[in-house]
Ligand binder design. Structure first.
Ligand code: FAD
Length: 467
């Protein structure tokens, strides 16, 4: 019997989790498999999540962000082909075409794992007539982007002996906030320009807290405004941004943090269904068609609370989905990816300013869109007993269904050690807890770590009492 070939497209979080899990599962099962991976770049298995902290200077070098380079993967048994762009799938023949070194090649598979991730959305206004990006304008998605941002910010800071160099960050999601932190750390003035509110996945009152804290920390926040055009100098370099509210924002650099979309363009031609966001709609076992699997940012995912598809491109999901797929390609039906809760966390830190932000579950508008009744309450407190130096402010908004008392989510905006408390709520939500369960649970207390009624639990108790 010939050795089965598992072919993986994309060699980052999801793809390489799947590749190594397949090898491990096959070894445990005493089965011989060959794992081949095609990766269009020369980089593998790096922490994109760490790029803003490399750009800021907090992380010294990109080497620290690379978990496993190509040689390490090869040494561990993956036949990795870098510089290989997959261009099409022939599902009936069981082959993939790819371009490498200018020539088109074809490779067969028994099991195919698609893990091509997501690519940044580049608005038309960011491009010159020849299609290239305007000078000083770039996304922050890959290690190559990160390297470029380190160089651009260092050069801008060095050149800015007179007027402070300025960067406009477009997009108020977590990457926008993290790049704002990075640019401030490099000594630039920052305008955060965003179509709706900063961190708009929070309820408006919680976003407003974020905007207020960012403004107090020196970030110029321009909310509810879209970019309508760029001014460039005679070198083709960005000099200012005009926004839909009629304002002009002078700048030397512009970060594109306007979101990503799944890389799934070859899917429909191969008969693979994609959803509203363009992502593959994988079953809980990761399969999208017989012998074809998908994992990571190229997929949409099921929200556990609504059952609806959503797009939640996060490394935490990509790694878990990769593990599920890597197991199931060898031992079908063994593992499942059981959806997401929309849990996310970020921070903005500069000088004395320390702002943490997190969320899980449904916001008010998400619940309403899903036709669910939702009640909420904001509780303000502290992260440690007031007499301890560690104590930082925290605002916790908790959500529950007033009819069933089911816990629906939480959002936290606060200082040091505030945001990661969201995991208490996420774990409760995962287990289907009510607001009363969260209010009653046995959580840890000592003065340096929490108040005696821990802030998340206090928020749950107050909401429970009000229902
Ligand atoms: C700046 C930044 C900060 C982030 N911070 C966080 C965070 O704090 N927490 C969190 O959970 N997530 C974070 N993320 C998201 C996280 O990095 C992604 O969700 C994760 O990398 C997704 O992994 P993936 O393997 O699905 O896709 P990707 O990492 O995008 O990898 C896909 C791979 O496929 C390759 N590829 C694409 N098309 C082809 C093709 N046709 N042929 C061959 N190869 C191809 C790509 O080159 C790439 O190497 C962050 C992302 C960024 C950019």
């Amino acid at each position: 019997m010939s050795t089965e070939r598992v072919l993986v497209l994309g060699a980052d979080a999801a793809g390489m989790s799947a590749a190594h899990q397949a090898l491990r599962t096959a070894k445990q099962a005493g089965k011989a498999i060959e794992v081949v991976a095609l990766e269009k770049t020369e980089h593998t298995s790096y922490s994109a999540c760490g790029i803003p902290y490399w750009v800021s200077g907090e992380v010294d070098s990109s080497d620290e962000l690379i978990a496993r380079g190509p040689e390490r993967h090869r040494a561990m048994g993956v036949d990795l082909i870098t510089g290989a762009l997959a261009t099409g799938i022939d599902a009936s023949a069981g082959t993939v075409t790819y371009r490498k070194d200018g020539s088109e090649q074809r490779i067969g598979y028994d099991q195919l794992v698609i893990a091509t991730g997501a690519s940044p959305i580049i608005p038309d206004w960011a491009r010159r007539v020849d299609g290239a990006l305007v000078g000083g304008v770039a996304p922050c998605k890959t290690l190559v982007d990160g390297e470029q941002w380190v160089q651009l910010l260092v050069a801008a800071a060095a050149a800015g002996a007179g007027a402070a160099p300025r960067v406009v960050v477009t997009g108020g999601g977590y990457i926008g906030v993290e790049m704002a932190e990075a640019a401030r750390a490099r000594g630039l003035e920052v305008t955060l320009l965003t179509r709706s509110a900063v961190m708009s996945s929070l309820d408006p009152d919680m976003s407003a807290r974020v905007e207020k804290d960012l403004a107090e920390a020196g970030v110029h926040v321009a909310g509810n405004a879209e970019v309508v055009g760029l001014e460039v100098d005679d070198r083709g370099w960005v000099t200012s941004v005009s926004s839909s509210d009629g304002n002009e924002h002078r700048c030397d650099l512009l970060v594109l943090a306007t979101g990503v979309r799944p890389v799934s363009d070859f899917g429909p031609d191969a008969g693979l269904e994609v959803g509203e966001w363009g992502g593959f709609l994988a079953a809980p076992d990761g399969s999208v068609a017989p012998g074809i699997w998908a994992a990571g940012d190229c997929c949409e995912v099921r929200h556990r609370l609504t059952g609806q598809w959503t797009f939640s491109p996060l490394g935490t999901h990509a790694n878990k989905q990769g593990r599920v797929v890597g197991t199931n390609v060898v031992a079908p039906g063994t593992r499942a990816f059981n959806g997401v809760l929309g849990t996310a966390i970020t921070r903005y830190v500069h000088g004395d300013a320390h702002l943490e932000i997190s969320r899980t579950g449904l916001s008010t508008s998400e619940a309403q869109r899903a036709g669910l009744e939702i009640a909420s309450m904001v509780t303000e407190g502290r992260t440690a007993s007031g007499y301890m130096t560690e104590a930082a402010p925290a605002a916790v908004k908790v959500f529950a269904n007033p009819a069933t008392r089911a816990l629906l989510g939480a959002q936290i905006v606060g200082g040091r050690a505030a945001a990661k408390r969201i995991d208490t709520v996420a774990a409760a939500l995962w287990s289907g807890a009510t607001i009363d369960h969260l209010a009653e649970a046995d959580l840890a207390y000592a003065p340096p770590f929490a108040t005696v009624w821990e802030i998340v639990q206090l928020a749950a108790r107050r909401l429970a009492d009000s229902l």
